[in-house]
Design a protein around this ligand. Structure first.
Ligand SMILES: [Fe+2]
Ligand SMILES: [Fe+2]
Length: 215
């Protein structure tokens, strides 16, 4: 398959996943949340994601030979730490401790699984293309939602402009490198894996943040 056509297949898969969230936006988007206590929980969980994203990009640097991909990862690691700083400050301003948070088991599983990806196309497809596109989609929804307070929207306006590049640059990278059936196969599987695990994390965050379960 031509790599352009292949990238379109992946993007369509991710977009279809996003549309399944339309009817009932997850707690991750802050939209269904009713209290600041719930909102702070979700922000703590998403702060953890920013830190793990920085870890992943940093961890992958040494094993990424493609110059422009390595450059992008290094830049993204820095940006993820800026996002983490914005969210941590916001949580502190609300009178809570940003790092008083234990990752949800599904969240740990998702990041540990991503950490095990070894090929550049797998990593970029599974982490950046799949995950960051879903994150950007949900950030846009929360920025438009009336039920989301301004104190949440503020840091996410800055975060969203960075995340749009994290979600779109991968398409260019995959067009360039996902040129063999083998590379396309591992990248396709990485996207499928990420979406399964992301779905589990979103459901778990729904339960925990809204007080319906320990995770
Ligand atoms: Fe981020
Ligand atoms: Fe990102």
């Amino acid at each position: 398959m031509e790599s352009q056509e292949f990238v379109k297949e992946l993007v369509d898969t991710v977009n279809a996943f996003c549309r399944t969230l339309d009817d009932r936006p997850p707690a991750y988007s802050y939209i269904p949340l009713k209290t600041d206590e719930e909102r702070v929980r979700v922000m703590q969980s998403r702060l953890f994601n920013e830190l793990r994203a920085a870890d992943l990009f940093g961890t992958w640097l040494r094993t990424t030979p493609e110059f422009e991909v390595k450059t992008l990862m290094a830049k993204s690691a820095g940006e993820e730490m800026v996002h983490a700083g914005l969210l941590a400050n916001r949580i502190r301003e609300l009178g809570h401790e940003p790092f008083d948070y234990s990752p949800l088991p599904a969240q740990t599983a998702m990041f540990n699984a991503l950490e095990g990806l070894t090929d550049t196309c797998q990593r970029i497809a599974g982490f950046s293309l799949a995950g960051e596109s879903v994150a950007t989609y949900l950030i846009q929804k929360s920025l438009q939602a009336q039920s989301v307070p301004e104190w949440i929207k503020q840091p996410y306006r800055r975060i969203s402009s960075d995340e749009e590049t994290h979600g779109s640059m991968p398409q260019e990278i995959l067009k360039r490198y996902a040129t063999t059936p083998e590379r396309q196969d591992v990248a396709r599987r990485a996207v499928a894996m990420r979406l399964v695990l992301f779905g589990e994390y979103l459901s778990s965050l729904d339960r925990w943040s809204m007080g319906k379960g320990p995770w």
